[in-house]
Design a protein around this ligand. Structure first.
Ligand code: NAD
Length: 476
């Protein structure tokens, strides 16, 4: 028997695109224009470390420039390659279109194991990579704006922003050249946890649609739902933490590099996070059972499976055995095109990556706008809002005195109502709104069209249609 060949990550994205495009009425040639990746730049550069020159390979891929700047994270991992970067750049195009962030799609990567380098070495390498990209406008506030991804975070973004600023001393908008920066270097409140927060908001919105929940064979709310998460990094940690601490979900399994831990009674996500910080992995964590073969836990019984680490982890070799009725793709491309078909046939509902993990780029968009406007959100209106609320509260207090026991304000009403929104609250409100509206656009296509039987195809249709409209407006 010949084994069915698993497509590469990029082929998977193209196959999923084709599936949706076949249901659309795009003018000839436009479909191809949207699908293909415009350009990929490969750079090899040397850095002198520990007395010798080390050569690194990096990529920056620009998938679509129907809107500029283009946007997408920079990944540090040994597995980084052109195929992966191009697949991720394509997903960025569709993701931005779906959540109405006014960007084209891009992605970058550096082939490196960041854990093997000291902080000052990583700074040298990052600055050199940023120099190579900025020289070619592949880091630029109006053309190409990177962000964090696997293996990078605030620290790397701060180095990149500083490198760009050193090279462009008169660019007043230099800070807008990358997002995901620390607050003190032009970042925005709520960006670190934005992707995980977006997963939470996406699930909340899903559970606001009882018909959709029913399609996954479930009912009720997030409360009490059993969750397994793969990858307790930036995205997985925040998603699991918020779901368990704020929505009553039960995190029963956590899969990491060194195996998985499982406890049907629930796992304290914060305690595991602290354990990983201290011990480098989940092994040895006391309040759960450890399994060395971590990926097997993807197949355990649960309600919601959250792959939040790598691409291709749910593939033809394990798709049939996945028990979760609902998968939310926190990572990019965790389900291959082949597995997607198997799962669809089984009736598994998949909330697709391009929607599910769009919280990061959404808050990055807010950060970019903040950098360009050179002012913190809420700075102008917060106290004015409070002053207007104060007027109402004073009136209510007057009533309170007249009506005596017949009516009184709730004890914490005054404090809550008086408080004007700060930056974090505004970011959360903007993110929540974005995740709700994008879900509704996707869900509408899912329900309204007989030829669409999954959320991923619906998401592609919404995105491709928007990108096509942009191209048409440009005269293509
Ligand atoms: P991260 O580096 O912070 O975390 C990744 C986690 O996965 C780490 O804890 C790592 O130990 C774990 N991991 C690595 N290999 C593993 C394996 N084989 N099995 C189990 N766990 C493994 O990265 P991140 O930023 O959280 O990104 C995770 C995914 O989310 C990626 O696919 C990324 O593209 C996607 N994403 C991230 C963002 C963001 O804002 N950071 C935004 C959108 C999408």
């Amino acid at each position: 028997m010949t084994a069915i060949k698993e497509p590469s990550f990029r082929e998977s994205v193209d196959l999923m695109f084709n599936r949706a495009a076949a249901l659309m009425d795009l003018p000839p040639g436009l479909e191809e224009k949207i699908r293909v990746c415009n350009a990929t730049y490969t750079v090899r550069f040397g850095v002198r470390l520990r007395g010798q020159i080390h050569t690194f390979t990096g990529y920056r891929s620009v998938h679509s420039e129907h809107m500029e700047p283009v946007k997408g994270g920079i990944r540090y991992a040994m597995a980084v390659n052109q195929d992966e970067v191009e697949a991720l750049a394509a997903l960025m195009t569709y993701k931005c279109a779906l959540v109405e962030a006014p960007f084209g799609g891009s992605k970058g990567g550096l082939r490196i194991d960041p854990r093997k380098y000291e902080e000052h070495e990583l700074e040298q390498i990052t600055r050199r990579f940023a120099y190579e990209l900025a020289k070619r406008d592949l880091i630029n506030p109006s053309q190409n704006v990177p962000a964090p991804d696997m293996g990078t975070g605030e620290r790397e973004m701060a180095w990149m922003a500083d490198q760009y600023a050193r090279m462009n001393t008169t660019d007043i908008n230099a800070r807008a050249c990358v997002t995901g920066k620390p607050l003190n270097a032009g970042g925005i409140s709520g960006r670190v946890e934005a992707t995980g927060r977006g997963i939470q908001y996406a699930l909340r919105e899903f559970f606001r649609h009882p018909d959709d929940v029913k399609k996954a064979g479930m009912s009720g709310s997030l409360d009490g739902k059993r969750v397994i998460v793969q990858g307790l990094g930036n995205v997985g940690y925040h998603a699991a933490k918020f779901l368990s601490e704020e929505d009553g979900s039960l995190v029963v399994g956590i899969i990491e590099r060194d195996g998985a831990i499982y406890n049907p009674e629930g796992i304290d996500v914060e305690a595991v996070h602290q354990w990983i910080v201290k011990h480098g992995g989940v092994n040895g964590y006391p309040d759960a059972t450890h399994t060395a073969e971590g990926t097997a836990v993807l197949e355990e019984d649960c309600d919601i499976l959250i792959p939040a680490a790598l691409e291709g982890v749910i593939n033809l070799s394990n798709a049939e055995r996945i028990k979760a009725p609902l998968i939310i793709e926190a990572a990019n491309g965790p389900v291959t095109a082949g597995a997607d078909e198997v799962l669809r046939k089984k009736g598994t509902v998949i909330i697709p990556d391009m929607y599910a993990n769009a919280g990061g780029v959404t808050v990055s968009y807010f950060e970019w706008v903040k950098n360009l406007s050179h002012i913190r959100f809420g700075r102008m209106q917060r106290r004015q809002e409070e002053a207007r609320h104060e007027l109402i509260v004073k009136e209510l207090e007057r009533l309170d005195r007249y009506l005596g026991d017949a009516w009184s304000m709730s004890p914490d009403f005054k404090a809550k109502y008086l408080k004007g929104a700060d930056e974090l609250e505004l970011v959360r409100s903007g993110l929540d709104d974005t995740m709700r509206i994008a879900y509704q656009a996707m869900s509408e296509v899912w329900h309204d069209r007989d030829d669409v039987d999954d959320l991923r195809t619906a998401a592609y249709i919404v995105s491709i249609d928007r990108v096509a409209k942009s191209y048409r407006a440009k005269g293509l």
